[in-house]
Design a protein around this ligand. Sequence first.
Ligand SMILES: Cc1cc2nc3c(=O)[nH]c(=O)nc-3n(C[C@H](O)[C@H](O)[C@H](O)COP(=O)(O)O)c2cc1C
Length: 455
Amino acid sequence: MTQPREILFNAFAMNTVGHLSPGQWTIPRDRARDYNKLRTWTDLARTLERGLFDGLFIADVIGIYDVYGDGPEAALRSAAQMPINDPMMLVSAMAAVTEHLGFGVTANLTWTSPFLLARAFSTLDHLTDGRIGWNIVTGYLDSGARAHGLPSLIAHDERYARAEEYMQVCYKLWEGSWADDAAIRDAATGRFADPSRIRPVRHEGPFYKLDAIHLCEPSPQRTPLLYQAGSSTAGRAFAGAHAECVFVSGPSAGVIKRRTTELREAVAAAGRDPADLKVFALLTVVVAESQAEAEDRHAEYLAHASPEGALALMAGWTGLDLSGYALDQEIRYIEREGYRTQLENITRADPGKVWTVRDIAERCAIGGIGPVIVGDARQAADAVEAWVAETGCDGLNLAYAVMPETFEAIADHLVPELQRRGRFKREYRPGTLRAKLYGRDRLAAPHPASAHRFE
Ligand SMILES: Cc1cc2nc3c(=O)[nH]c(=O)nc-3n(C[C@H](O)[C@H](O)[C@H](O)COP(=O)(O)O)c2cc1C
């Protein structure tokens, strides 16, 4: 019998107070309230590396959750992903105190030019020695569109069409502007770079146009490790073509299993090996020395949870003003331009399961739509192994209730138990983030990035 595979761990965080568990900042131990102190992040990075986490995934949104009650009050009161600072600024400090931890940083391509975004990621790829990944998002908040002078979000499928072209431009910049041997750094002749090995990217498409040399010399991975999280038809096609890692979330193992299968099919349909996609499923694990202690912790989290914050988040994700619903009214699917998968999750993903506003307020206040596991090390490891087996995912995207308490407990209790079972690494592999996951530094054919290489 083949040994079951090692399970990958991403810690899921955001440069904000209430990421997926609004209200927990009222527990004095919670450091997410100190999101604006660098020490919070450098301490977190050290904790994650101690626990051999593969990566820290930093979510981000551009805009405020102002759908619930048709205004920003609920999000502001409950600190539901608001205030929110820039995630990229955190990375070099965390890289300075770690050697192996990867960083998946969310950046919204709708509001940044490919030229600038490509430079930002190349810079971080240099400064992290190749430990940077990009979570490619197009946004789902109308408030973000209004902040940029548009009346509302660009239509769902057009966002993906833009994203497709955006990727081509980025690949040209990352992979094709500088040859591997362009930065010769030859002090004897005084030539830093060889101009004959550097060329401008000339691109003219329906959405983007540029004529420019990439501003950065070649970095360890060139293209950052590519993360994505779309599950709609257009989202899956995009992931199939480009993503190396995807984040999935859903209310049950059956839903995640279906999405995982569909995503691997999309990778195959794009001509790539389905094994070249790692799927990370959202989960919150409340683990402690004993079952009783874990249950106490969970009860404390529930007591501090903010139902208003949970509803503000869900309204922002789905585009539905849930304040207009009666508490026990069923939520039904309607076509929206925002985050389609989340609306699917609470309407038709699980046939027969009806979601009401009360369900969301009660069940999504800790860890969003993902399940919450509570128990001692053995119970948590059993549940994690079962979840991975049932969903077919490669790894977990671990949300926190209290930061960094949730991650410390995972490092102290769950990781050693999974190691004993042969389901978790005992040391990091050397090299870049891509090398750790896939054994290579750079994207290879048939991934579309490889077609743009200088040679
Ligand atoms: C686990 C997970 C994390 C996500 N994180 C972000 C994020 O940080 N920022 C963002 O704008 N969208 C985020 N999204 C939303 C996706 O980028 C995407 O908009 C969403 O999955 C809907 O895609 P779809 O319309 O193709 O279904 C996330 C989605 C999932 C499942």
